[in-house]
Design a protein around this ligand. Structure first.
Ligand code: CA
Length: 228
């Protein structure tokens, strides 16, 4: 595999440079951009394998960049934030970040987050899994398409990952923490109700009657399972 390429979008030179140094030592190719507009221009030309994104930037901010990006790509993104209060927004429903660190952070910590995201990515792409079919429901991990009774269902990236994980292990019960770890992959605290909300949306999309689910079943007091 080619050396993975990481783009750092960070306006504080001291942080950008130390992160660059650590990532290079860890064997990654690294580029730095210092403002939001330049980042958009670069991403429009070429996507790296992973993006490290500061929230507060000159020009457009990190949230804007991520929303712009998510319309186009599932590229993994690790946020750098200076404010604890932003963590909920980053980790929760609104934005699809893969992980984050809060300033001040140790560069070593960021490198291990990068490694973890890369490992997850490689696992996902190397699995080369075949589509799953349960009655009239088909889930294709390669194209990330879901069809129900021949009709294509539009899912967000998280909804797809959640459905895929559950359907890959039919009847196995996952609690919300396990789902957070395996689907969101974020190592710090996120509100477990995030899972509940995503599950409800998934049910509205793939169940005949979302209030009486037959596929995405709640196991009271434990968690959720996929019933084939
Ligand atoms: Ca900044």
């Amino acid at each position: 595999m080619q050396t993975p390429e990481i783009l750092i979008v960070e306006d504080e030179p001291s942080i950008a440079e130390v992160v660059e140094l650590y990532l290079r030592r860890a064997g990654y190719r690294v580029q730095i951009v210092r403002d939001g507009n330049a980042a958009l221009e670069m991403l429009d030309q070429h996507l790296p394998d992973l993006l490290i994104l500061d929230v507060m930037l000159p020009g457009v901010d990190g949230f804007y960049i991520l929303r712009w990006l998510r319309d186009r790509s599932d590229l993994p993104v690790i946020f750098i934030t200076a404010r604890r209060e932003e963590v909920d927004r980053i980790a929760g429903l609104e934005l699809g970040a893969d992980d984050y660190v809060v300033k001040p952070f140790s560069p070593q910590e960021l490198v291990s987050r990068v490694r973890a995201v890369m490992r997850r990515l490689q696992r996902e792409t190397s699995n080369n899994e075949k589509p799953l079919t349960y009655d009239d429901l088909t889930i294709d991990p390669q194209t990330r398409l879901v069809t129900l009774a021949g009709r294509e269902i539009t899912l967000t990236s998280r909804e797809f990952d959640l459905l895929w994980l559950l359907a890959l292990h039919p009847r196995q019960v996952f609690n919300r923490q396990q789902l957070l770890e395996r689907v969101w992959g974020i190592s710090e605290y996120i509100d477990p109700s995030t899972v509940t909300v995503h599950l409800r949306r998934l049910r509205e999309k793939i169940e005949l009657d979302a209030s009486h689910p037959t596929r995405l079943v709640t196991v009271w007091g434990v968690g959720y399972k996929f019933e084939p």
